[in-house]
Ligand binder design. Structure first.
Ligand SMILES: O=C(O)CCC(=O)C(=O)O
Length: 317
């Protein structure tokens, strides 16, 4: 007899003093506690959201990145900067095809992110391993190999770095950790059902180091080479403190993400187009909605660590 059948038998008493077997009662108490906990987390997110500085222009569209739009982003006057014509769309599709033909695609090792195909390594997957040989030894060779593969087309990551370096007075350079250059230019492919759940990105936690500790936040840099139905990017004007993030995580499985049902609705939803370059503050919560249908949503992504207005942007994936 299962717990439900036993419970149904016991409720034939017409009194409130129903006798529940211990496990059922225990579960009901746990459920009630979880409801209270969730209500308090929801209230904390809502209060943080209400207190957040008003974003005057949620999305800034540019046809050339400039200093003003980058400053608006880091100062929190906007949630995202979108440069639609960053790569000519037919070139973007050619680049996607060339990249997808490589035999080196794998998947994230992180639980729950394994629906996303990746080519290259991500710093956050080094975990506690500060040496992380696979990441650092392949960083420069793989960036150079992509450049050669795509030639004579411009390598998107080189174009991104050049655009940032031109606009940001102290410049934009590759992040060096312990004397080793980071990888810049993680390729990602989301196919049907592929999604990134509600999360933010914090290098200071993913890879503890004096340099990542100095970063106030990291800017997500994504070029979209091909797009598919679904796959919208949702952004929240919410940078939760670490303890709130941890309390709102999924308890098992997709523990990298926070539970979306605890959040207010997103402040901005962007449907990326092929050839665009989108920048946003990755310290704020964001999500990629599931891809629908047969298409492939292919991106090249990196982060730029922001450590102050007078500091260079430091790039890594
Ligand atoms: O692919 C995107 O639109 C954003 C992916 C993402 O979550 C990130 O860059 O942190």
């Amino acid at each position: 007899m299962n717990a439900t059948t036993r419970f149904q038998k016991n409720v034939t008493h017409d009194t409130d003093e129903t006798e529940f077997p211990d496990d059922t009662l225990g579960r009901r108490v746990e459920d009630a506690n979880a409801v209270t906990r969730d209500a308090s987390l929801r209230a904390r997110f809502a209060a943080l959201h209400a207190d957040a500085r008003t974003v005057r222009t949620p999305l800034i569209s540019v046809d050339q990145l400039d200093e003003k739009s980058l400053l608006d982003l880091v100062l929190g006057n906007t949630l995202a900067v979108e440069w639609n014509s960053f790569i000519f769309p037919s070139n973007a599709l050619q680049i996607a095809d060339k990249l997808l033909a490589a035999s080196t695609w794998g998947r994230y090792e992180t639980a729950g992110a394994d629906g996303i195909e990746i080519n290259g390594r991500a710093l956050f997957e080094c975990g506690g391993n500060r040496k992380c040989p696979d990441y650092f030894e392949k960083a420069l060779p793989s960036r150079r190999a992509v450049r050669r593969l795509l030639s004579p087309l411009t390598c998107p990551i080189d174009a991104m770095q050049a655009a940032l370096d031109e606009c940001w007075r102290p410049g934009a350079r590759v992040l060096t950790l312990n004397g080793q250059k980071c990888h810049v230019g993680l390729q990602r492919c989301f196919r049907e059902g592929g999604e990134a759940l509600h999360h933010n990105d914090r290098a200071r936690i993913d890879f503890a180091h004096a340099k990542t500790a100095c970063m106030q936040f990291q800017i997500a840099l994504n070029t979209y080479l091909s797009v598919a139905a679904g796959g919208e990017l949702e952004l929240w004007n919410l940078a939760p403190p670490d303890d709130l993030y941890d309390a709102a995580r999924y308890p098992t499985g997709t523990t990298y993400a926070v539970r979306g049902e605890l959040l207010p609705p997103p402040d901005l939803t962007i449907r990326p187009t092929a050839g665009s370059f989108i920048l946003f503050n990755a310290g704020k919560l964001h999500r990629v909605r599931p891809v629908l249908g047969d298409g492939a949503r292919v991106t090249v992504s990196a982060f730029a660590g922001f450590s102050g207005l007078d500091q260079p942007l430091e790039l890594f994936s």
